[in-house]
Design a protein around this ligand. Structure first.
Ligand code: SAH
Length: 267
């Protein structure tokens, strides 16, 4: 994918480019199963023994934030500060670590992907989070998005349907030092009623309709962001619960992996 440089972006074109790149990057990566059956994908242990200030990853991370996130109009200080704190390279398979800060989603095994950094930032900003919030995420995947949320809010509950991914994410989050994230293996369509209601809900796999249990588990005044649609054409929808009613706003066209049930059937 063509790299953006600061000079190549005229301010007036930022929003348009952002939308185009969001779609282009998803076309390039989402939904494409790259891992072969039986392929072992190992997550690198945290770079705890390295001098992080000299790590080439830190420079790449700052460049990612400037060129992919700030240049496209993300300006929420909480989101930007969280992105600075989380090492994305700790959440991608070892053989793709050198690509961790590129402008695209990446395969994480089991035919699933870690979202493009811009989409992570866009979805995080859209939730308008407070530090006291309790957030539900559906689709733990690599654990990266959960980590970004956990830098901002009090607690993150995240659900992943593929056991191997959920366990790996849990390990990566533990190594990165997070103590405010609970990972559950299960079907996120049903939400997590024991911990409801949630101040915010972020769904990172796409159902064809908004799951009723998730609507019910959103707190009054809360916000949900969810990709909704068929496998190849979805809208990222923001919902706000006001006086018990859900107000709906369409944002970006996106391409996420479909939400599936425990038999692998799409919702
Ligand atoms: N947020 C992730 C990326 C998500 S990819 C990250 O930061 O890396 C979407 C994930 O949703 C996949 O891992 C997929 O297995 C999971 N998924 C699909 N259907 C699901 C369901 N019903 N419940 C929970 N997780 C689901």
């Amino acid at each position: 994918m063509q790299k953006l440089t600061r000079k190549s972006i005229l301010p007036g074109l930022t929003a348009l480019l952002a939308a185009i790149f969001a779609v282009a990057a998803f076309s390039a990566g989402h939904g494409i199963g790259v891992a072969q059956a039986g392929q072992t994908i190992t997550l690198i242990a945290g770079a705890d023994n390295n001098d992080e200030s000299e790590s080439p990853f830190q420079g790449r991370k700052m460049k990612m934030i400037e060129e992919q996130i700030v240049a496209r109009g993300i300006d929420d200080p909480k989101t930007l500060s969280a992105l600075k704190k989380v090492d994305r390279h700790r959440f991608v398979p070892e053989h793709l670590r050198h690509m961790a800060y590129e402008d695209r989603p990446l395969p994480i095994g089991e035919g699933q992907t870690i979202s493009q950094p811009y989409i992570v930032a866009f979805m995080t900003q859209a939730l308008d989070l407070k530090e006291t919030d309790r957030v539900l995420e559906i689709g733990t995947g690599s654990g990266y998005q959960a980590a970004v949320l956990a830098e901002i809010v009090a607690h993150v509950y995240t659900i992943e349907i593929i056991e191997s991914l959920g366990l790996r994410a849990k390990e990566a989050l533990g190594k990165a030092g997070y103590t405010n994230i609970d990972v559950k293996i299960g079907d996120g369509f049903k939400g997590w009623p024991e911990h409801a209601p949630f101040d915010a809900i972020m769904v990172t796999a796409a159902p064809t309709d908004i799951p009723a249990p998730l609507k019910a588990q959103l707190a009054e005044g809360g916000t949900m962001i969810i990709p909704v649609g068929q496998a190849w054409e979805q809208e990222l929808i923001v919902l706000e619960k006001i006086d018990g009613q859900l107000l709906e706003k369409k944002t970006l066209p996106v391409r996420f992996v479909p939400m599936v049930d425990e038999k692998g059937e799409t919702y």
